[in-house]
Design a protein around this ligand. Structure first.
Ligand SMILES: [Fe+2]
Ligand SMILES: [Fe+2]
Length: 369
């Protein structure tokens, strides 16, 4: 490629304050003479200059060392200057690029500005014009680099703050659930026959869920639903709740309300939506004879079906004012009669295995104890 680069440099150029002395510049052009002239000139202006005479050689240099600025010819045999821009910026996003183009390549040079090229110069190149363009590009590059640094810092900051907020949110959610759990524990503590009911239901229900192969997050929701399933009892009159004899129709209707009340209490906790659904189903029966929605079979959530079984098991194995508790084996036998009416057959099978397993564990403990 021909060029008529003037070698004369006016003294006045040297008077200007060079704010980028020492900047590392890579000059790339297939014209040996032009590269040599530009290199020599830029060195006299205090820049640290390297040269390359092809796009391929240029990329080799960029792989080996860091540069602040690349002056790159548009038209070169082999890899053109335009082809070099993308890979060069990939190697170093902070590399400033100024294209050197013949007049008829000017539109191409202008096009690559969209890819991150900072400027272009048309040949023949005036050295003063080159000097100014180099300084302008280096200045622009510094600003862009700073902008990128700030943007990156902002992104990191935003990500950290978002993470912190998420953690705070999760903490608040846990706290809300803990408050409700405390409420349940306090409520049960008042009644010797209810004490520990929800904790036991929770553990048994979670074991059944796990045995049935439910996903770990569902198992945990079943556990939490067990802890919270009777929170609605807070709205039930104590004399009815603790009545040692059979309830009359009105009293039973009142007790049934604990499901609705519980769901109302828990519904605002939107992060435990599935738990609330399980709680809402814990008195539904497999055959549709339960409450409040008289759902049947698999219309009842799996958590609701498991809670119904664990709840029934705990009721019959707990002491009441009017009867002794059943042994686990007796309870399993009794509940067998409820399969298909109160209980989902699959859930019952799981309960039986889990309870029998526990029983043998207790037995082993007793031997070693
Ligand atoms: Fe209940
Ligand atoms: Fe219960």
């Amino acid at each position: 490629m021909q060029s008529t680069t003037p070698l004369a440099v006016e003294d006045s150029h040297f008077e200007k304050v060079d704010t980028h002395v020492g900047a590392r510049i890579l000059v790339v052009d297939d014209e040996h003479t032009l590269v040599a002239v530009l290199g020599r000139y830029l060195r006299t202006r205090g820049f640290d200059v390297m040269t390359a005479e092809s796009g391929e050689a240029d990329l080799d240099e960029l792989t080996r060392a860091r540069f602040d600025l690349m002056l790159c010819d548009v038209r070169m045999p082999g890899m053109s200057g335009v082809d070099v821009v993308g890979p060069a910026l990939k190697l170093d996003e902070n590399l400033g690029i100024v294209m050197l183009s013949a007049v008829n390549d000017a539109p191409t040079a202008a096009d690559v500005m969209a890819q991150g090229v900072l400027d272009y110069l048309t040949k023949p190149i005036e050295l003063e014009q080159l000097y100014n363009a180099v300084n302008r590009a280096l200045h622009k590059r510094t600003l862009l680099k700073e902008q990128r640094r700030v943007e990156r810092a902002i992104r990191v900051e935003v990500a950290e703050r978002t993470k912190e907020l998420e953690q705070e949110k999760a903490h608040l959610r846990d706290l809300t659930v803990s408050v409700v759990e405390t409420l349940v524990t306090a409520m049960e503590a008042k009644d010797v026959f209810q004490r520990g009911h929800s904790a036991r239901v929770a553990e048994l229900a979670a074991s059944i869920a796990e045995y049935m192969g439910l996903a770990p997050d569902v198992v945990e929701d079943v556990r939490l639903a067990g802890r919270l399933h009777d929170v609605g009892n807070i709205g039930i009159r104590e004399d009815v709740l603790n009545k040692p004899v059979a309830l009359n129709t009105d009293e039973f209707a009142h007790v049934k309300e604990h499901v609705r009340i519980g769901v109302d209490i828990l519904t605002p906790l939107r992060h435990i939506e599935r738990v609330v659904m399980f709680v809402g189903d814990h008195h539904e029966h497999w055959d549709g004879s339960g409450y409040p929605h008289t759902r049947t079979g698999e219309q009842i959530s799996i958590g609701g079906r498991i809670l119904a079984a664990a709840d029934a098991f705990d009721a019959v194995t707990s002491r009441r004012a009017y009867r002794d508790p059943m042994t686990p084996a007796e309870a399993v036998q009794l509940l067998h009669r409820c399969v298909g009416t109160l209980l989902d057959p699959r859930v019952y099978d799981a309960l039986r295995v889990v309870v029998m397993r526990r029983k043998s564990l207790v037995f082993i403990d007793a031997i070693h104890g």
